[in-house]
Design a protein around this ligand. Structure first.
Ligand SMILES: NC(=O)c1ccc[n+]([C@@H]2O[C@H](COP(=O)([O-])OP(=O)(O)OC[C@H]3O[C@@H](n4cnc5c(N)ncnc54)[C@H](O)[C@@H]3O)[C@@H](O)[C@H]2O)c1
Length: 416
């Protein structure tokens, strides 16, 4: 028996899942081919990943392929309660509701582990961390796991470097068909959607400050520009900063950007990117949002310490009044704005991410026990398979190399 907010929401959740299914052709195709063969028959999977309609399609694909699944969310604010209710009604063991306290959050992870997983699936590595630190008793059964996001991969690579990682992890995030699409177009669109839903502000004519010009930041910057904003990028990597400048964005330090920004969106995976020194010089009315995995990029504690009061002015939008009367607006408590204030990435892009998740879980179910504890990339052939299936679903054909071209590209004899 799982635990969710409200079973009566199941019907609304089921409709959302059906909508997502209609936009996830690659994953649905994999579901079709693996449900008849029951490729994952009897494989127990513990998953910790945002409970959205797209995740539901993944979970039900695992079930259709014969797996036993136990699930929880990977962020206290990202669970869609109606989707959780629909999964619960369909017999999935799920421990998730929106608005978890930190204690409830880890309680849900611990319940999920009780399935005794052979494989784990993570987004941010909190489940992997919990197994390694609090519940090593499960380690002897676990043969492998996957990780969905950049921050999780950073954490797991650090564990591997210190010799602390006890089972192999496939870095799903690093698949080209994941990070170059989900992080770029998914976060780019949905984080701006989150800011708009929480504020309904006009982007045109605003100074929008994007922190981090990696995968997510790149998508955010180009989409904010598309809405007519003047985009300013802050970075710590000189190459990324140069790329941002040559893309036509302004680049400056946060200490300068904080004086002129109207809307701030962080996407760095780093902590303390926007802090009290920056709040001290911001314009009245500035909006603060985060798209990075954890709520550490905008310092909420600094904001709380320097504010003389706060109130929720709209859903997912808290107005902080500073001593001098200026008001700053923090969206979704500084948590992933796209998942907390909107619905997360569009289904079309999660189609590719979750096709990679599904194929990586298939690989680990077969080979996991033979792999040493380490971080593994997904094979190029898998990336290409996902891209080809996606192109096919879009009705797009591409050219193929002729024998002569293949020979030319692999030889050094032909020049001027
Ligand atoms: N909101 C979502 O749904 C979603 C989706 C994918 C990834 N993420 C998360 O977003 C974050 C970024 O992911 P990514 O794939 O873009 O990573 P990335 O490594 O591609 O990019 C991060 C960029 O931030 C820069 N950076 C680091 N510290 C900085 C600082 N203090 N100030 C300014 N720039 C700084 C880095 O130099 C890098 O260019 C991660 O936490 C990731 O897990 C969120």
């Amino acid at each position: 028996m799982g635990k969710i907010r409200d079973p009566s929401l199941a019907d609304s959740g089921r409709k959302k899942i059906e909508w997502a299914e209609s936009r996830m052709p690659v994953l649905m195709r994999l579901r079709k081919s693996h449900s008849s063969e029951k490729t994952l028959s009897g494989v127990r999977i513990a998953g910790c990943l945002h409970v959205t309609k797209e995740t539901a399609v993944l979970v039900e694909t695992f079930k259709a392929a014969g797996a036993e699944v136990s699930w929880c969310g990977c962020n206290p604010l990202s669970t869609q309660d109606d989707v959780a209710a629909a999964l619960d009604a369909a017999g999935v063991e799920i421990f998730a509701w929106r608005g978890l306290s930190p204690e409830e959050y880890y309680w849900c992870i611990e319940q999920t582990l009780k399935i005794g997983p052979k494989l784990t699936l993570d987004d941010g590595a909190d489940l992997i961390f919990t197994v390694h630190t609090k519940h090593p008793e499960y380690l002897s059964h676990i043969e492998g796991g996957t990780e969905e996001t950049t921050t999780g991969i950073h954490r797991i690579r650090s564990m591997a470097k210190e010799g602390k990682l006890r089972y192999p992890i496939v870095a799903v995030n690093d698949a080209e068909t994941k990070s170059d699409f989900d992080n770029v177009y998914g976060t780019g669109q949905s984080a701006i959607d989150g800011v708009i839903r929480a504020t309904n502000v006009l982007f045109a004519g605003k100074n929008v400050v994007i922190s981090g010009f990696g995968h997510c930041g790149r998508g955010l910057a180009s989409r904010a520009r598309g809405l007519g904003a003047n985009v300013i990028v802050t970075e710590v990597d000189p190459i990324k900063a140069l790329k941002a400048r040559m893309e036509g964005f302004e680049v400056m330090k946060m200490s300068e950007a904080s004086r002129i920004g109207d809307i701030f969106i962080s996407a760095t995976g780093c902590k303390d990117v926007i802090t009290k020194d920056h709040f001290a010089v911001m314009k009245d009315g500035a909006i603060l949002a985060n798209a990075g995995h954890f709520n550490v990029e905008v310092s909420v504690s600094d904001l709380e310490n320097i504010a003389r009061g706060s109130r929720e002015i709209r859903p997912d939008n808290r107005e902080y009044t500073l001593q001098d009367g200026r008001r700053l607006y923090l969206l979704a408590e500084g948590r992933l704005v796209n998942l907390a204030a909107a619905e997360g990435h569009p289904s079309e892009v999660m189609d590719m991410s979750f096709a990679n998740q599904f194929l990586s879980i298939l690989r680990l179910a077969k080979e996991g026990k033979n792999l040493k504890p380490d971080v593994y990339e997904i094979p190029r052939s898998q990336d290409e398979q996902v891209a080809r299936l996606k192109l096919e679903s879009m009705g797009i054909s591409i050219d193929e190399l002729t024998k002569e071209q293949q020979h030319y590209l692999s030889s050094w004899g032909e020049g001027t």
